[in-house]
Design a protein around this ligand. Structure first.
Ligand SMILES: [Zn+2]
Length: 239
């Protein structure tokens, strides 16, 4: 009996070792799908990309942007009291990212900028080509930094906008000039509506929080995207 127990335990250990070996091998080939591999913006979007983006430190994040060939300007740190301000924020300048942002002065936390670049490459441009046969040239926003609480209330939780860790997307302008606003496009039964839902769904894989007109009336005219830190578990809000 003792011999049998020993064999069982050896077998179990061997199985665990083999499973570990398989996981290690999988992680080597799919770093975006395992939690322990560092983020690389050149990798495809995987199961852990979103959680890794939200947890990036500013210096580490800027290094990733540089390595990916994303042109940006580093913004000086800003403090407007204990709840408002930002450190390590950036302004995207095009380059590897081909989309321009309007207003061009848009500055965001580095994780939001990194997520916007991945969103452009893996979600926005493929969706635009699929739905319209042309690329998006410009993304119009309602901006990022704003020292305010959620919904501009006087009490309660502070918004991610108060740390420039969020961006509100208002419209997309295609090559050739056609404009697709979130406000009118969302209910459109044709390509505009389908495109806007494509980019919303894709944002959910990259941003900690994605809120669309489906969520509430306050979001009827924009997509709210943020990288709220929620720990390594990285649960998301996608509505
Ligand atoms: Zn917002």
């Amino acid at each position: 009996m003792r011999w049998l127990r020993l064999t069982k335990r050896t077998l179990l250990l061997a199985l665990l070792g083999f499973a570990g070996f398989l996981a290690w091998g999988y992680g080597r080939n799919h770093p975006q799908d395992v939690p322990w591999a560092p983020l690389d913006l050149a990798q495809p979007v995987g199961a852990f990309t979103r959680a890794k983006l939200a947890e990036l430190e500013p210096a580490q994040c800027r290094a990733l942007l540089r390595r990916a060939g994303i042109r940006f300007a580093a913004l000086p740190d800003r403090s407007d009291g204990p709840e408002c301000g930002y450190q390590g924020a950036v302004r995207l300048r095009g380059g590897a990212a081909t989309i321009g942002y309007a207003p061009a002065s848009l500055g965001t936390s580095c994780p939001v900028a990194a997520a916007l670049a991945l969103w452009e490459w893996h979600v926005v441009q493929p969706a635009a080509l699929r739905r319209f046969g042309r690329r998006v040239e410009r993304v119009e926003t309602f901006g990022s930094y704003s020292c305010r609480r959620l919904y501009g209330r006087r009490t309660g939780q502070w918004s991610e906008h108060a740390r420039a860790n969020a961006v509100d997307i208002a419209a997309f302008r295609l090559e050739g000039g056609r404009r697709i606003p979130v406000l009118d496009g969302w209910r459109d039964p044709g390509a505009d509506g389908a495109f806007l839902r494509d980019v919303r769904d894709g944002a959910c894989r990259l941003f900690a929080t994605t809120l669309s007109p489906d969520y509430n009336a306050a979001h009827r005219d924009h997509l709210h995207l943020d990288e709220a830190g929620r720990g390594a578990a990285g649960w998301r809000v996608c509505r």
